[in-house]
Design a protein around this ligand. Sequence first.
Ligand code: G6P
Ligand code: ZN
Length: 553
Amino acid sequence: MAIQNLPTNVFAGQRPGTSGLRKKVPVFMQPMYLENFVQALFDVLNGLAPDGQLGSALYGQTLVLGGDGRFHNRAAVQTILKLAAANGVQRVLLGQGGILSTPAVSAVIRQRQAFGGIVLSASHNPGGPDGDFGIKYNASNGGPANETLTEAVYARTQTVKRVLISDAPDLDIDTLGCFLLEQMQVEVIDSVADYAAVMRSLFDFDMLRGMFKQGFTMRVDAMNAVGGPYAKAILEGELGAPAGTVVNAVPLEDFGGLHPDPNPVNAEDLIAHMMAADAPDFGAAMDGDADRNMVLGRNFVVTPSDSLALMTAHAKLIPGYSTGLLGVARSMPTSAAVDRVAKVLGIDCFETPTGWKFFGNLLDAGRVTLCGEESYGTGSSHVREKDGLWAILFWLSLQGATGRSVESLVREHWQTYGRNYYSRHDYEAIPTVVADALMADLRAALPGLNGAQFGARTVTVADDFAYTDPVDGSVSAKQGVRIIFDDGARVIFRLSGTGTEGATLRIYLENYEAEVAQQDHPVQEALADLIALAEQVAGVRGRTGMAGPTVAT
Ligand code: G6P
Ligand code: ZN
């Protein structure tokens, strides 16, 4: 075994996006592509002085490594271990078989006080040889690296000249235990144990066991992704849910051809089960790396924005949150349902740009306890990622503690706080030039929209959302065009930061309804006038030639 110093070459486009570097598998499989990126990461972590001198900050440190098991996961693990061994890392905690969900990486980093961790995942994007792959670095707080670090890594990917890598043969990553790779210790750890311990510390497992004993029924669709082993171990193993409660529970390299994105469009099998006459009490799904969640009751789908609002309203029923919440945060396009709850509770409610990383500072500074996004992400201060199974256990606990169904909990919530009708319309894979021109024209139109009248509504805010982080003062501009009306309705336009094909335009539509008698309309109907308004303002159909959105959640 020896450490090799290999020449590398520069690849265009190794700039991490909303959630790390995400590309098609064939891109990642180019010789030296992954190596170049990870070497740049290690150089930056080691401490790169302005004159290019390398420090040794990684020396003697522990990193966590694991991924969602998608195609290329195992090969990438081998490469990264060999790079880590050559770049001074003292110890790697590796999930067995290279498997760790995104929230589990965060939990392990925090539990073991690691220097940081590497997550291999393209989250909810399809997998397989023609699917997507991704890599993301999380810092010692367990959360996604900030933009200063990711930008530094990107800059380094463009200038790095050599890759340091061990020429050791591939390692056995499936057997628990410790072994040496060059000078580096590799500890293959149980993928679930640390995470399960965190869940045990937050929820009343005895009560949950009691629910299943009394015949509570549930269907969790792990979508052939990494959430399966976690849900099976905790729900079926520890809590006594009947075998078969978790379906599609074995992580497959191509997710069995499923699109592992838990929304009503992609989780259609779960929806069908929950709408059937013999539907279980509770349904839920997670995405590819198990940080997203969708929750459903019998014949009833909960929107992520409502989910966050309800969790906030009832948090004190959960042991881990019984003393109350420090505050809450939502991403800007997420509905304002949670704002109303926060107001009643008298706690702060922060509005951040899209991207979980923006919650990190607020969580670290003790300003918020719960966070959520419209994109099926909810989480809390227990880790620094959104957490699918945590959200499922939270909702399970709410049902156990109140003895009420999902639907009755949500309807009661609407009666108390009003309903924020909500939908997101996505126009996927549109040419980047078309999308950029559309956004530029919208931005140019903003001054004229302020104060404009649309039917009975008046525009109170028309702007491009900018966020000043209240903890470190950093400013993130151009985070989405907002049109907010005097009755609480909102229409928001932004381009996705996570796509891998062309551009995805997202239009977020929200309408507030206080009248109980008006809270039961089909969502698209309740939003019809806002949908028309969005089209009038942006002319999406004409510009894209598309008849309508490719996905409406
Ligand atoms: C990932 C991120 C989320 C984000 C979502 C959608 O799941 O972790 O924070 O909300 O992607 O992002 P996008 O930029 O595609 O709208
Ligand atoms: Zn995800």
